[in-house]
Write a protein that binds this ligand. Structure first.
Ligand code: ZN
Length: 462
């Protein structure tokens, strides 16, 4: 049976609107999907034809046709990594920038994404070819910033362009080792009619860029803006397309900038890099334990120092709590830098297994310095800070704690306990409250280790 071939239209690129919920395709955009009824789910898509008309271009470094092989035939070579000139950035990337990798850097506007990248590019340009593509700012603005930061940018190549095909055609001539796209929301492909920054444009443009990176071995930094809700503006799928996703944490008003790897094919997830913003741009902070702890002259109630381990490095952070009588039918449970549901759970455990109730109290918990603690090792610090605030009893300021609290009121061990205890000792802490299973076999000089198994034991030590 012959299949009737569709005549090729005059317009080179045909698009369709497909529902992101159910996949139904529609020729026109509509507010609601006619099939599944989802609202605002239709996004523009390129019709893919089997004729190969829409197959993407191949770049000069393209390795050839794909073929099947034996797993043992694959030569195993280590990823080639390039140092960015910032050890804190190298750290979150997983020991340097991997050739041919795509890195997405997200963060609030004005937090320092462009500053960090122009600094990194200036340093990288001394070793590899670099191309900085700006769609946000003019060439003058970028050049002015580099000048203001006192960077030697004589080898940095600049381009002001937003059409992805033109960017890639020029990049193919320039052959940079590192390419920066600032930002992915300004880039568009003319295969689609939707505006730059829309879900389909961001996804499609990123697909071209990532493919270019893989085929040519060029490392690509994509700058991405973050919405008010803290999510990346654009499709979630963007995070799946790239190898590494880095996020700027903390607020722009603070002097410190924390960059966290939320995804990394080449390194540890949750690794954080810490920088301080100054008039010469971002400066790395190699000993972050010193900055997230506000040393109080006299001990204050509601403050507890904990040893967290984000990525591969232990770090001292200060957890603060404020417990105050509530006049609300539902007392408030507010956290900054911690999981709010976890706090509610911990207060329930405290009530059940510690006999201490806070149902008529508002509880606020905060991690100092805008850093976010994602691990359960913070449990013990949260409970002790809340108790200290409620009873207005300060904890000694040479005490550090960590430990997970289980639903049965037990204190559970956490990973890398020894390393955390050492970090506390190194920074002059004289005693630590830790889970029993994390107690070091040999005593540590000058450090009293209080090992606890139950929540009540920890409370007794106050
Ligand atoms: Zn639908």
């Amino acid at each position: 049976m012959a299949i009737a071939k569709k005549p090729a239209g005059n317009k080179a690129n045909k698009t369709v609107f497909s529902c992101s919920e159910c996949g139904t395709q529609a020729p026109k955009w509509a507010g609601q999907c006619g099939d599944c009824g989802a609202w605002n789910s239709l996004i523009e898509d390129i019709i893919t034809t089997s004729s190969g008309k829409n197959t993407p271009p191949r770049y000069s470094g393209y390795a050839g046709e794909s073929e099947v092989c034996n797993i043992t035939d694959v030569s195993v070579i280590d990823d080639v990594r390039i140092e960015t000139g910032f050890s804190e950035l190298d750290r979150v990337l997983g020991d340097g920038l991997v050739q041919g990798s795509a890195v997405l850097i997200g963060g609030d506007p004005g937090i320092g994404k462009s500053t960090l990248l122009i600094q990194a590019i200036a340093s990288l340009s001394q070793r590899v070819g670099t191309l900085y593509v700006t769609g946000e700012e003019s060439l003058q603005q970028v050049s002015l910033r580099a000048h203001r930061l006192g960077l030697s940018t004589d080898k940095v190549r600049l381009l002001s362009e937003t059409q992805v095909q033109r960017i890639l055609a020029l990049a193919d001539k320039e052959k940079p080792g590192v390419l920066v796209i600032d930002s992915i929301q300004t880039v568009y492909t003319d295969q689609l009619n939707s505006a730059p920054g829309s879900v389909s444009q961001v996804r499609e443009s990123a697909a071209h860029l990532v493919q270019y990176a893989k085929q040519t071995g060029t490392a690509i930094f994509l700058v991405g803006h973050v919405t008010k809700e803290g999510a990346l503006a654009g499709p979630r799928v963007l995070e799946h397309m790239v190898d590494t996703v880095l996020y700027f944490e903390g607020d722009a008003s603070s002097r410190f900038r924390v960059i966290r790897a939320v995804k990394n094919r080449f390194g540890a997830v949750n690794e954080v890099g810490v920088f301080a913003m100054g008039d010469k741009g971002l400066r790395e902070v190699s000993n972050p334990s010193a900055i997230f702890v506000s040393r109080h002259e006299t001990p204050v109630s509601g403050s507890v120092i904990m040893v967290t381990r984000e990525g591969t490095r232990p770090m001292l952070v200060e957890v603060q709590a404020l417990v105050a009588e509530s006049h609300l039918p539902n007392p408030r449970r507010v956290t900054v830098g911690l999981d709010q549901n976890r706090l509610a759970m911990l207060l329930a455990v405290l009530q059940r297994h510690g006999g201490i109730t806070m149902y008529d109290q508002d509880v606020f918990v905060n991690v100092v310095g805008g850093v976010r603690v994602t691990e359960t090792a913070a449990d013990l610090a949260v409970i002790l800070a809340a108790l200290s605030s409620m009873r207005d009893k300060p904890l000694p300021n040479d005490l550090a704690v960590f430990g997970e609290i289980g639903l049965a009121g037990e204190i559970r061990p956490v990973q890398n306990g020894q390393e955390r205890i050492k970090e506390a000792a190194q920074h002059g802490y004289k005693r630590v409250i830790v889970p029993l299973a994390n107690k070091p076999a040999k005593p540590i000089k000058g450090l009293e280790v209080i090992a606890v198994q139950r929540l009540v034991e920890a409370i007794e030590h106050l």
